[in-house]
Design a binder for this molecule. Structure first.
Ligand SMILES: Nc1nc2c(ncn2[C@@H]2O[C@H](COP(=O)(O)OP(=O)(O)O)[C@@H](O)[C@H]2O)c(=O)[nH]1
Ligand SMILES: [Mg+2]
Ligand SMILES: [Zn+2]
Length: 437
């Protein structure tokens, strides 16, 4: 069966838009090493003139290949990127706000809950590309030793999270690594008769927080340009880095991150900076609101969640998932409950850190506040290494998958239903790829 290609595709590495017939192929013949934009160990990229009947390309050494690369940056692009719509979600936040833990925990929960409750398979589009996240997932959730304590390494500013490309000879440009996931209805999904038509991709970027300090986005390290390409933005706000939250939390939690002397950050300035970059890269004026949704994800809710109150004064339930299996093959996302909780989080933030609400709502057309906890428990200081480690037996994520399921239920296809009864609106974005096919 021949597969339908999109009229154009977006490179998830450098955001160049290209036609599928422009795509380069990656040689496999062992003599063809040393690509001109990449390293001496990387196989040559080439435009093929010969194919096998099975649609493999034949490289200049006569070997067959299926691997594809972007015509501009030469980095590998999964075949599905040429075929299916792709939603980009960018994640920003200060250093140590909990981005890497959140991403690992969210991807793990999405694999579990999309399969179990929504009859949707959530898989790595290219397992090798996603290894940094899957390794972190394995640390948190697949540890055989239940008495172990684990931790996730700090995201390096330059290094494993970035690919280096020499657009000009001798000048290395660092591009943030994309993590690409495939969503596909399983056979028992209510729309499972058309799995190819409903298959779509989600691309995520995890950045070192330092990239979000004003001035850090230089031309040679365009670490955060994906912000402009993203349909959905996420800012991770860490209450334990805010002075006013810390004053309220001293008597509530004994988490080591609340110990005196910990670093505090002006997180509202990071939101302002994020909005400035989105506007700049997208060509919007400084007065224009960014026409995309922003999730303000408040991390580490295990520490501060008890500060959240309903108007009646009761505690807010931020533990039970706001989604469920309605019947066989149909899961539902409780948009209404998430919106109600968002209102309560907004009220707390307006009380303790009003400038964060002001910065977010001044810059973005629609802001949704989501309380999450990647691990559901406090890490413990390991005296031997000086690191904060998490006892694996106590790991219990809360609401980590919510921003992703909300996005799918609210703005995406017929994969994830919601409790408002609408089929999904389009995201008001200039660069949307959702309808590109
Ligand atoms: N109490 C608590 N601590 C967390 C949680 N998630 C992450 N942390 C801690 O926050 C610190 C920074 O997390 P990390 O994901 O590396 O931050 P990043 O720099 O934004 O990627 C780590 O020491 C974690 O132990 C959580 O859900 N609850
Ligand atoms: Mg990190
Ligand atoms: Zn590219």
């Amino acid at each position: 069966m021949s597969r339908k290609l999109k009229s154009s595709a977006l490179c998830p590495h450098c955001w160049h838009r290209f036609r599928p017939d422009e795509v380069l192929w990656i040689a496999t013949h062992p003599d063809l090493l040393g690509d001109r934009l990449l390293s001496s160990e990387d196989p040559v990229r080439f435009l093929p003139s010969r194919f096998t009947p099975a649609r493999e390309a034949i490289d200049p050494g006569g070997a067959r290949t299926r691997r594809l690369a972007c015509p501009r940056c030469h980095l590998e692009v999964p075949q599905l990127v040429l075929e299916r719509p792709m939603t980009i979600m960018s994640i920003a936040g200060s250093p140590s706000s909990g981005k890497s833990y959140f991403l690992a925990s969210a991807m793990w929960k999405l694999r579990e809950d999309l399969a179990r409750l929504f009859s949707v398979a959530f898989t790595d589009t290219d397992p090798a590309m996603n290894r940094a996240i899957t390794d972190n997932e394995a640390r948190l959730f697949l540890s055989e030793d239940r008495s172990a304590a684990v931790h996730i390494d700090k995201t390096e500013l330059e290094g494993a999270q970035y690919n280096s490309v020499q657009f000009d000879p001798g000048v290395a440009t660092l591009l943030a690594r994309p993590y690409i996931f495939t969503l596909r209805p399983s056979r028992d999904h209510v729309n499972g008769h058309a799995p190819d038509r409903l298959t779509q991709l989600i691309t995520l970027y995890d950045n070192a927080g330092e990239h979000f300090f004003p001035g850090a986005d230089t031309a040679r390290a365009p670490g955060t340009q994906h912000l402009a390409q993203a349909q959905v933005l996420t800012f991770v706000f860490d209450p334990t880095q805010d002075v006013r939250f810390r004053q309220r939390l001293g008597s509530v939690s004994s988490d080591p991150q609340l110990a005196p002397g910990a670093k505090v950050t002006r997180q509202d300035q990071l939101i302002v900076e994020m909005a400035r970059r989105v506007r700049m890269h997208a060509g919007l004026s400084a007065q224009q609101r960014v026409p995309k949704p922003l999730f303000v994800v408040l991390s580490k809710s295990d520490i501060w969640g008890s500060l959240l109150r309903e108007e009646s004064g009761e505690a807010v339930d931020i533990t039970t998932p706001p989604y469920w299996r309605e019947r066989a093959g149909l899961g539902k996302m409780g948009i209404r409950r998430v919106d109600a909780v968002s209102d309560r989080v907004r009220a707390l933030l307006s009380d303790l850190a009003p400038e964060v609400v002001a910065a977010a709502e001044d810059a973005f057309e629609r802001v949704i506040y989501v309380p999450v906890s990647a691990i559901g428990t406090s890490p413990v200081l390991d005296p031997a290494s000086g690191l904060l480690k998490v006892p694996v037996s106590r790991i219990a994520p809360r609401w980590v998958s919510v921003p992703f399921l909300y996005t799918l239920a609210r703005w995406s296809s017929h994969l994830v239903a919601n409790d408002r009864g609408d089929a999904g609106e389009s995201i008001g974005s200039a660069s949307t790829d959702l309808d590109a096919d």
